[in-house]
Structures are given as structure tokens and as C-alpha cells.
Design a protein around this ligand. Structure first.
Ligand code: ADP
Length: 643
């Protein structure tokens, strides 16, 4: 408590008088005045505690001893005086009877000269003085003409007048305090009294002497104890101070070893512990530096731009690739809002995203595939793909954005689709004539064809149709993406369109031994669509469902209308959509299992085309599926009033 109070007073003092910046609470340094006081204050306290305890011990001991000694001295003097009085009474009894006053004086005079005796009085039975001798500093003088004194009622010896003598404790006794020893003189009856008055000065002297000795002893003991304490504390204190200095400057002392003091087991243990901390910290720091170096190297060499921002969108870090991509040096963007790196189109979406992040504390993870437009320092823009994850640094939330420049990918995509489109156009005309010719031949327009030749021609005809289908799909996709496909939007009833498609696809279902069942209908549903295109998309969902259904299975169709929308579901009991394929399913030329191309005859374009078609008609195409549990592909369209 005392120590805490001391430190806090010093802390307060420093705060009041110092202009140095505030340090973290509880941090004290040896050199800055707080801790520097430790040895001095500790010495101060030790002196105080030692002195106090020794003074208490000496007072207690001195008081007790003085009390005992003076009691003993007093007791022995009392006993001595009582014995003297008794002797005197015995000796003087005859002389009192004979009233031989000079004989009494002869007896009393030598006794009166005894040490400590102040006076001796002999009286008769009525209290009339017979003889009185005064000892005045060694000179014995008789005192005549004393008055009659009042005698005690009982003829018993006693001691009186010891008031003023406080055994032991009182250092300021009244000087010359005296006591009286009374002794009756008897010979059958009371003859008189002997009273010896004696000084208590010698008892006082004993008490004074004891106190003097006690004080001297306590002074010596305090001095010796302090010297011993200082000697004993000096070495561990020094060891503590150097250990503290070592710990304070641990940054510079990392890896170094301080000399371990063996003054006490504790200082030795402290020194060894600090040395091992220093070694461990050094190796950990080395490891951290190495890791940081490797991380920095990775970050700077990764092809993607990596930008971290806080929850307010302020840029915290900017790697080398991001610098190259956006044309800014890291120090030009750090601390500024990330909006400087995107075109205005994305501001609202970004603000909403951050608001959500701040409110919920968790960021919606954006995986790759999210495309945006990056804004460079020179004002130019580039297409970018963005992935965002969130983490925390020093307890503060952090969003990590990975930006990929997809200019090249877009260019290659464009080249690819231009190439596909050109090739498709070039192939279509000759292919049409080839399949037309093969159709005529296999149809028997040119007469009977021998068995084996017919077989080959049939295969060639089927494959030419497949090829024509692929090319149609490709051209279709091409047109849809380029926005060149024409849509003749008409408000019309939905159910007839769906029923026609179901009717038309029945034969296709038979091929896979799959039945189509229209389980729920919405006869009132009116939609504004291009009938042919809608049937194309719906037909594609149905054909997929049939292709992937088990033999003898059923594909259910359910149509429901609610909240201004109509939803058409195509449900099968096939293998479902594998998790890893879900993100790519609507991309062109993608198939969960590439062997499907051969086994099921698909192109990987059907869903991409269907999605484009439905979205062109303000609808939405999606699916629900659990792997192994079948799939439910659906599209939703806004319902409309009849024209
Ligand atoms: P394809 O012409 O190959 O059918 P799609 O674009 O229509 O091309 O389909 C792409 C891929 O999606 C298919 O190859 C298949 O892997 C998967 N798929 C589509 N529909 C279903 C379904 N009903 N059940 C399981 N997988 C399906």
C-alpha cells in the first residue's frame, strides 16, 4: 500500500510537472524518474520500517526490563528497610520502656547513616517523638522538638508513601521521592513506633540507567541493522536495476545476454529468464521478418493487384501489380478512398456494400467472376475481375480485394467469338447443302441404295444434322450476345406455348424413355414474349431434363403464378448439378462431364442461350439442385395484361 501510494504520488508529480508525452498507463522506466526512485524509496521505507520496529522492540523491552528491575530494586530496598526497622524496634524496645533517650539515639545514629536512609524517627505509644535522626547528605543530625505524630490504628509493620514512583515507564520521576517503613515496638503491649524514611533515588537511578542503555542499544541496533540491510540489498538491487535496464532496451538487446547476478536465487532466475526471452524474441523476430519478406515478395510478384481497405474504404496497402495496373505508386493511394480506382458506375454498389459491412461486421465475400471497370491514373479504364474477402489486422476489420486485369481475356474472347462466328457462317451454307443432299439420298429420292452404303449414309446424315445444330446454336449465341437477335415480343397466354413445346418434345423423351408430366398449371398467366424464343428456351430445359433423367423416369413441369410473376419449373430425378460446376453452368461450352458431348450429344451452349433468351424477355433463369438428388431448372417471367 505504502509503495503504491508512493509511486502514484510520484506519477502524479511527474504528470503535473512534465511536458513529455503521456506514456501508456502502468509503464515505468528506470531512467525517467519513476523507477529511478525505487532504490531510494525502498531504502527510505526500509529505514522507516527498521527504525520503527527497533524502537518498538527497544521500548517494549526497555520498559519491561526497567519495570522489572526497578520493582526488584524497590522490593529489595523495602525488605531491607523493613528488616532495619524491625531490628531497630527490637533493639530499642527496652530503652523505650526505660525512656533512655540517649541509648535510643546511640542505636539510631549509626543506622541513620546507612545508604538511602533520609531519617529515622522513634516515637512512644502516643506518637510523641523520642528520637529523630536526619541524614542530610551523609551528615547525621538529631532533630529535636518534633511534633506528636498520628499513629496507625493497627500495630503492624507497613510501608507507605511510594506515590510518584511509576515503575519502569516514567522517565521524569519527581526527584527525591521517598518511602516510609513503619515498625511497631512491642513487648506484650505496644510501646511505640519506629519510622525509617528512605530515598527512592537509587531506584530512579536504576530506571534511568536502564532507559539510557536501551536507547543506546536501540541506536546501535538500528545503525547495525540498516548497514546490514543496505549491504544485503545493494547487490540484488543493482542486479534488478540492470535487469530492468536490459528489459527496457530489449529492442537493442535482442539476442544479447546480460550478465546473470547470483546475488539471490530470484535475481539469478530473472536474469536467466530475460536472457532466454531475449534469445527467443530474436529468433521470433527473425522468423517474422523472414515471413514478412516472403509475403512481401509474393504480394509484389503476384500477377493480380492486391488492395486492402478499411471499413470506410480507405486504402491500407497497394501491391506492385496494383501499381502497374492503375498507374499509381503505393504512396499516392494509401490513405485515400478506393473509389479513385473505379468508374462512377460502381460507386453506389460499393457504398451499399461497405454500409452493409459496417452494419453487420461481416463482409459478403465476392468470389472471382465479378466484373467491373478499373480507373487508371491517366483517366483510362480497363475491364477488371474483382474478388473480395475480409480479415482483420490489429483488431481492425480489413477488406482484401484482388483485382485482375481482364483486358487480354476480353480480347481473346472477342477474337474467339469472331472466329467461331466467321467459321460458322462459312460452314453453314455448304453444310446445309450436304445435309440436304444426304437427306434426299437416304430418303430414297435417288432410288434404292444398297444395304451397307445406306448404313454409312444414314450415319453421315445424322452427323451432318448434329453439326448443323451446333452451328445453329453458335450463330444463335453469337447473335444473342451481340444483341442482333430479333425478338418479336407479344403479350400472350403462357400455357399454350408450354403445351406445344411439351407436345413437340415428347418424341425426344421417348428416346430416353422419359415421360413429361404437367403437374401444375397457371392458365391465366399472360406474358409478353417472343413465342418461338420462349419455346426454344423451355425446350432446352426439357431436353436437358430428359437427357439426364434415369431411364423410365419422369420429368415434371409446374407452372405457378404469384406476385406479378409466373414461374415455370422443370424437375428431373437425374444426377443433379455438382457443387464445383454450379458457378460455371451458364458459361458457354461448359459441361459438368466433358464426356457428355459424346454420350448425350450436347454442345454446352443450350443453357447459355436459354439464359440470354429469358433475360432478353425481362425474365430470370435459375436452378436448385443438390448433387445426386435431381435438378429443378426454372425461369420466371413478369405477367402482363392482355393487349
Ligand atoms: P448441353 O448442350 O451440353 O446440354 P447445356 O448448356 O444445356 O449444354 O448444359 C450444360 C451442362 O449442364 C450439361 O452438359 C450438364 O452437365 C449440365 N446440365 C444441364 N441440365 C442438367 C440437368 N437437368 N441435370 C444434370 N445436369 C444438367
Amino acid at each position: 500500500m505504502l509503495w503504491k501510494g508512493w509511486v502514484s504520488r510520484n506519477t502524479w508529480f511527474r504528470k503535473m510537472n512534465s511536458s513529455t508525452p503521456e506514456r501508456e498507463p502502468d509503464t515505468m522506466r528506470l531512467g525517467d524518474g519513476y523507477y529511478g526512485w525505487l532504490p531510494r524509496s525502498l531504502h527510505g521505507q526500509l529505514i522507516l520500517f527498521t527504525t520503527l520496529s527497533l524502537v518498538v522492540a527497544v521500548l517494549g523491552f526497555g520498559g519491561y526490563t526497567a519495570s522489572k528491575q526497578s520493582q526488584m530494586a524497590d522490593d529489595s530496598m523495602t525488605a531491607q528497610m523493613a528488616a532495619l526497622a524491625k531490628n531497630l524496634a527490637d533493639v530499642s524496645a527496652n530503652y523505650i520502656v526505660t525512656e533512655d533517650l540517649s541509648a535510643i539515639e546511640d542505636v539510631v545514629t549509626p543506622i541513620a547513616s546507612f545508604q538511602n536512609i533520609l531519617s529515622i524517627l522513634v516515637v512512644d505509644a502516643n506518637g510523641n517523638p523520642l528520637s529523630e535522626m536526619l541524614n542530610q547528605e551523609g551528615v547525621i543530625n538529631p532533630h529535636y522538638g518534633g511534633e506528636r505524630i498520628k499513629l496507625p490504628a493497627d500495630a503492624k509493620p507497613f510501608i507507605q508513601n511510594k506515590d510518584g514512583l511509576f515503575f519502569g515507564w516514567n522517565l521524569h520521576l519527581a526527584p527525591h521521592a521517598a518511602a516510609e517503613a513503619w515498625q511497631p515496638v512491642t513487648a506484650g503491649n505496644l510501646l511505640g513506633w519506629v519510622r525509617i524514611t528512605y530515598s527512592l533515588d537509587s531506584v530512579h537511578e536504576i530506571i534511568r540507567q536502564i532507559w539510557k542503555d536501551a536507547m543506546l542499544f536501540s541506536g546501535l541496533a538500528i545503525g547495525a541493522a540498516l548497514t546490514l540491510l543496505v549491504i544485503m540489498l545493494k547487490t540484488p538491487m543493482q542486479a534488478l536495476r540492470s535487469a530492468t535496464r536490459f528489459a527496457e532496451n530489449l529492442d537493442e538487446n535482442l539476442g544479447k545476454h546480460m550478465p546473470v547476478s547470483s546475488a539471490t536465487v530470484e535475481t539469478k532466475a530473472l536474469g536467466s529468464a530475460l536472457n532466454s526471452v531475449s534469445t527467443r524474441l530474436q529468433s521470433q523476430e527473425k522468423l517474422l521478418q523472414e515471413n514478412a519478406g516472403v509475403t512481401r515478395l509474393i504480394l509484389d510478384n503476384v500477377i493480380d493487384g492486391i488492395v486492402t481497405i478499411d471499413k470506410f474504404g480507405m486504402i491500407q496497402s497497394f501491391n506492385q501489380s496494383a501499381s502497374t495496373m492503375f498507374g499509381y505508386a503505393a504512396n499516392e493511394v494509401i490513405g485515400r478512398n478506393i473509389k479513385m480506382l473505379m468508374t462512377e458506375t460502381y460507386f453506389d454498389a460499393f457504398d451499399t456494400y461497405l454500409e452493409h459491412y459496417r452494419a453487420k461486421g461481416t463482409a459478403e465475400i465476392i468470389r472471382s467472376g465479378n466484373e467491373m471497370e478499373g480507373l487508371c491514373k491517366d483517366g483510362s479504364t480497363f475491364p477488371a475481375e474483382l474478388a473480395v474477402s475480409h480479415s482483420a489486422r490489429l483488431g481492425k476489420p480489413l477488406l482484401i480485394g484482388v483485382v485482375r486485369d481482364i483486358t487480354e481475356r476480353r480480347r481473346v474472347d472477342k477474337l474467339k467469338s469472331e472466329f467461331v462466328s466467321t467459321v460458322s457462317h462459312e460452314l453453314r451454307t455448304p453444310l446445309t447443302s450436304i445435309s440436304g443432299a444426304l437427306g434426299l439420298v437416304t430418303g430414297g429420292a435417288l432410288g434404292e441404295i444398297p444395304g451397307q452404303a445406306k448404313q454409312l449414309l444414314d450415319i453421315a446424315y445424322k452427323n451432318s444434322l448434329r453439326l448443323a445444330h451446333l452451328i445453329d446454336d453458335l450463330l444463335d449465341m453469337d447473335k444473342l450476345i451481340a444483341g442482333k437477335a430479333s425478338f418479336d415480343l407479344q403479350a400472350q397466354a403462357l400455357m399454350p406455348l408450354l403445351e406445344h413445346t411439351l407436345e413437340a418434345i415428347r418424341a425426344y423423351g421417348d428416346r430416353y424413355q422419359v415421360r413429361f408430366a404437367l403437374l401444375e398449371r397457371a392458365d391465366d398467366a399472360q406474358v409478353r414474349v417472343d413465342g418461338g424464343r420462349l419455346q426454344q428456351a423451355f425446350g432446352n430445359l426439357l431436353s436437358n431434363a430428359a437427357k439426364y433423367s434415369p431411364q423410365g423416369g419422369q420429368v415434371a413441369v409446374a407452372v405457378r403464378q404469384s406476385n406479378g410473376k409466373v414461374r415455370v419449373e422443370v424437375i428431373d430425378h437425374g444426377p443433379g448439378i455438382p457443387d464445383e460446376f454450379r458457378e460455371r453452368i451458364f458459361q458457354k461450352f461448359t459441361q459438368a462431364d466433358s464426356s457428355d458431348t459424346r454420350s448425350k450429344g450436347g454442345t454446352g451452349l443450350g443453357l447459355a442461350i436459354s439464359k440470354e433468351i429469358i433475360e432478353h424477355m425481362d425474365g430470370r433463369l435459375g436452378f436448385d439442385s443438390e448433387e445426386g438428388q435431381g435438378a429443378c431448372f426454372y425461369f420466371e417471367l413478369p405477367v402482363c395484361a392482355v393487349d
